[in-house]
Each structure stands twice: as C-alpha cells, then as structure tokens.
Design a protein around this ligand. Sequence first.
Ligand code: HDE
Length: 756
Amino acid sequence: NELSASMRYNVNKAAEHGRDNAVSPPQGMTSEPASPIVTGSTLSETNASAKVGSGVPPIGTNATIQSLDRVRADATGQVLTTNQGVPIGDNQNSLKAGLRGPTLMEDFILREKITHFDHERIPERIVHARGSAAHGYFEAYKPLTEYTRAAPFKEAGKITPVFVRFSTVAGERGSTDTARDVRGFAVKFYTDEGNWDLVGNNIPVFFIQDAMKFPDLVHAVKPEPNNAIPQAASAHDTFWDFASLMPESTHMLMWAMSDRALPRSYRMMQGFGVHSFRLVNEAGQSVFCKFHWKPKLGTHSLVWDEAVKISGADSDFHRRDLWEAIEAGEYPEWELGLQIFTEEQAESFSFDILDSTKLIPEELVPVMPVGRMVLNRNPDNFFAETEQVAFCTAHVVPGIDFSNDPLLAGRNHSYVDTQISRLGGANFHEIPINTPIAPVANNQRDGHHRQTINRGRVAYEPNSLGGGCPFQAGMKGFVSFPEPIHEDKVRGKPEKFADHYTQATLFFNSQTEAEKQHIIGGFRFELSKLTVPAIRERMLSSLMNVSMELATEVADGLGMELPEAMPKALQIDVTPEITVSPALSLTALPGEGGVRTRKIAILVANGVEGTSVQALQTALVDAGAVPLLVAPRLGKVTAADGTVLEAQASMENTPPVLFDAMVLPDGEDAVALLARIGYTDEFIKNQYRHCKTILVLGASSKLTEKMGINPTLPTGETDPGLLFADASGIDAAAQQFIDAVSQHRHPARDMDPPLI
Ligand code: HDE
C-alpha cells in the first residue's frame, strides 16, 4: 500500500527548529491524517483493525461487548488533547524561556503528561500476578433448576457472558509463562442476577487446609526476602522447608511436581473450583457441588526440559498461544461439569469434603456435564481489562452458596480486601471490566474515584423521601442457606483433616508410568536445588508415606539413603473407597483437538524437494495445524525444481521447543546444507528428546543417523513418533504424520536420563 506522506515519517519533527515554528506549528505540519486513512495498512490500527482485539465476535454471544462500549475509546480522526480535552498544539517540545533557556513550570501540558506517566503502574497481585485473559460466553446445556436457582443454569441454551483470566501463581507480573507452577483459572460470569466469580485453579486440591496458613505458604514460595531469588520457582529452600513441615501439602505437592504444573497451553488444561460449594434451589433445598472445567482440546503438558528452554525462547508462550488462537478464530472451549452430592454422602466419605487438600474421586461422584464455555474475543486493552479485573470468591449469586471450608472463608475476605489496595479504593466494582450487567442500586456512596452520580437526597434505608427505594428483594434476593450450627467456638480441625497421605498415594498410583517418572523427576530437580540437606531429608521422610517407589527413586536420584518415615499425624488407618482413579491421569482427557493449532516446523533449505513440502503444508493446514517453513535464514528458499518457497521462520528466531512436531525434508542439496548447520542438530535433538513426532523424508535420514537416532528403541519397541517416508508417498505419510502428532507426545521414547 502507498502510505500517505504523513505516515512515512514524523512530520511533527519539522516544527522543532526555530522560534516561529516552536511557537506555532505551521499549517500542514501537524499529523492530521489524510482522509480516508489508508485501509489495509498495518501502520494504521483502529478499532476496526484485525490487529486490535479480535474485532467482531459472533453476534449475541458476548454481551460485555455492548456494556463495555460506553468506555471504549478510539483516537481515529481525533485531535490530540490534554485530559481536560484541551487541544495540544505541540507534542514534541516543552515550554521554554527561549530556545536554549530553562523549561517553564507553567507548562501544564508537560506536567500533566509526566505526572500521569509517573503513576501508570499499580501494585501487582500478591499472587497470580502474571496472567492473560479473554472474553467469551457460557452456554447451559439444560435447566438445573432442580438443584440451583442460579441465573446461568435457568434454561437450556442460556448464554451468560464471561471474562476469564489464567495465571501463574508465584512469579511476578513480567515472569515467564512456563514456570513449574499451579495455574489460576478465574471465571467472571456476568449473570442477570449479578456477577458470579468462580476463582479456580488447574489443580483440584490446594497446599493448605486453613486460610491462617496462606501468608506463610506464599512467603515461603515467593523469592527469598534477603536476595529476591528465585523468580517464579518453588525450587528453593524456603518453599521446601515450609512444605516438608506441613504434611497437609503432600497431596498438592504430588500434583505440583507432575506435568499438570507444565501445561502446553491454557487452552489445554482443566479448571477446578477446588472447594465444595453449595447449590440452592428455588425451594431453598441445598446440595453440595464441586466445579470442573474440561478442555475440548484435551489435557496436554510440556516436559520440564522443554519448559525451561521455552522460558528463554518465548517467555510469553502461553499468553501468545491464547491470543493467537482467538485471533485465528480457533476459540478455546471447555465443558463445565458438576459433582453434585448430598450432606449424607459427604458424611459417608473416608475424607472430609471441607478439606481443600482432598478431592472427590470421579468414580465416587461422577462429573455431570452442564454447559460449555467458549472464549471468542481478546481484550482491547491489557491494563483496563486483564490487569484491572477483580475476582472474588465471595461474588456469588442467588443459587450458589458456600460450604464451611475454612480456606474458602479466608478467601471470601481476602479478595475484596486485596483489591482495595491494588485498585486504589472501595469503588473497584465501578471499573468497567468489573461492573455487572445487572443493574446496581444501593446506598453506598463516595470514596476514591467514585464514578456514579447518585441522584437525590436519600442515601439511607429505611427512608420515606425516596419512596423506600432501593427496596429489599426479600426471598427473591440472595438468601444464605440456613445451615444449622450448634458448636463451641474453637481453633482446630476435624479428625479426617489429619489424613495427609491417602489421596497423595491415590494420585501417584493413578498415573501412567511416564507420568510417574516425571513426578519423580520433578521432586528430584526441585530438591536438588536446596542448599540445606536436612530439608531434603525431611521431605523424603514424608514421601515415604506416599509411595516407597517414589521415595526410593527420588532418594536414588539425589544420591541419598532413605531416612526414617515421617510419623503420621493420623494414627488410625484410613480405608479409601478406591485405590486407583484413572480420571487423575492427564491421559484421561485426550481431547477432540487432533492437530488443530499445533505448530509444525518443516525444515527447508535451498535445493529442497519442494513438491512434498507443499503437499505436506496443504495437508497440515487442512487438518487445522499451523505448519511453518523454517530455514537457516528468513526469506526466499529455492527448491530443487526452481520453485521459490518463502521461509516464515528462521532456525535462529524460532527454536525447536516452540514447535509441536517437525518434518525433515528430502533433497540431497538441502540436506547437505542442513547437515552443516549446528541448528539442525538442535532441532533434531530437542524434538527427539521431548518425544515429539518427527517425519524424516528421503535424504534426511542421513541427519537422524548422524545424531544416532534409531527407529528401534532400547526397549525393543519401534518408535511410534519417528516416521520415515519417501517424497513419492507423501500423501500417506502426511496422514500418518497427522495421526502421530495428534498423540501429542510419544512416551515410549521418554528415557531418564534422555537418550540423546
Ligand atoms: Fe487465591 N488469591 N487465595 N486461591 N487466587 C488471589 O486475589 C487467597 C486460593 C486464585 O486472575 C488474590 O485479586 C487466599 C485457592 C486465583 O485475578 C488474593 C487463599 C485457589 C487468583 C488471594 C487463596 C486460588 C487468586 C491476589 C487461601 C484455587 C487470581 C490478587 C485462603 C481455588 C485471580 C487477587 C485473578 C488471587 C488470596 C487460595 C485461586 C490475595 C487468602 C485455593 C485463580 O486475594
């Protein structure tokens, strides 16, 4: 596109020389854009541009679009102004007494600009500081009125807008996405009866049982206070010191050391409400409920070595993945499922349903699918939406109520409290992303940054001057479930809370062999980073109560003898309902995704056999994958038959860990070129080590041979992720490749230490 003169360079710079121009920028030298703005230019980003948010979501599925419209701003065609709306003549120069003289205090334009800038940062979240979010909607499959009067579940097909924020826990706002960590999964439902926040994680249990311990847990896992090391990592003394002294954390530690803590994508992880909640129906009857989100793409993870390298290659890996998928119209989707159970069932379980370190195995209470959630729009502005969104477990609506989980009680206090300092006052609910779609009317008034202009004289109740308004909703409003309570006031815990190991053992025993090895590797790595051997030993003594297989292998990996097992808090033996729960393995949810949105590297170089490359590209795009031609340098690559291909990535700018699978091309000359480049070895080594699918075409078999890669594994099995084909049989090979990539990874090749 031809760019208009005003877009080629900063024409305002022309006004900076000489007294006359400084006083009054000459006509035609301001940057008022030519009209109409050049369309299709990537230099002009307006609200209509595909590069800002995702433009237009499907109509009727996203009510927040309208509700946020009143605050959306677009500078297209507008003159530059101060915050008071005064047009600014010169945005280049401060006001001076003479061109070389002192800058004047009088310059309110400069002072306003700098003052605003000085205050652009707000405190980051004390936990979950690093996050990414998107808009979307929840759609109910069927009415759930038998159990709850909550608005989103009133009828089949009912749509409720949502805003969802995913996060890591320990790292600071700018930390890496692929740290080993729990992931936050917070959903704000803008229901017709007010906002409901389901503030969950991607792991169904938690480290502690009582809110009293939360500040201790967070202080232990955050960077150590003397030197602020390490960032976004639990592999340090203070975390394991605390964890090993708190055996109630053992079950959660098993999850945190597993692949669950290294998701491949936010789009490929489960979400859990963690606590037991209550559902309450119109008649006031209540059942208990646990919330589950299951990703349509299945649950998939990275491996540790890969996660570490991705941190260097792209620390925005998950943020980018979510953004790009939504921009591409590949809207991520989850199914909401409920585990509904009664008070009587709860009494009968071998564990306490008020204990957040315990889950309810799906074999005991099945997960009932009740609806789906689709994320179909990226935010327009990270700060205004993702940073300022304020979730709170106490934001419930009629039909949803709390259990007596003591962790939940602490959270119900904490979230509102933290927003008051983070967002600067009690009116954070007026920030557009936090405002409900349901109307708000009450007698709360004033405070920092108040936006609402409440009319009239009345800000109290009862009143007669305001006709008694706003009036109480009575039984139509939120009514707490009248749970009977006849107890002494005490500090303590029920006995079943003291069983710290049964479910940790259940989790370990429910994993596949590869998953178990990764858990062992996780513990080994983290504990190896400790500088105080006694902490390592204490942790091992606790793991002996989970599984001797686990403890022995971790001890072995650390070069240690097994110590005495840690004495258990609960002396009586617990008989669990089940000893294996297949649903706890990541393999339980392979997903319907196939290869959709998977990134595939097709290595190319001059002299490549081009027909097979193009055939593969077409087949992969048709299957919904994202194939990229990766060459030693960006730009044109000439195939053996003279066809010119365009490399979309270079081996330098997009390292192998950023791809889900790889193709090595045919073509003698290209292979000879690739063989001379160190990056090629890196590609093959990393893809191989991370158990990804590799398709080796024709002459490229020399490259894998050179690396010592053998289709027969040391176990005698044939490697299912290593495919060899000739360019002539490319159609069949493409299909085989797609099938193998949809397996995500090939654990048969997973060796510890790695083969290559
Ligand atoms: Fe949070 N947690 N938490 N938490 N949490 C916060 O609230 C807290 C817990 C979770 O994307 C904070 O707005 C206490 C469990 C998510 O904005 C804070 C306790 C679960 C997010 C807070 C817990 C979570 C937070 C920090 C123990 C999973 C990010 C900033 C009693 C079910 C939400 C903020 C977002 C954020 C307190 C335990 C999930 C300080 C006191 C269990 C997903 O209020």
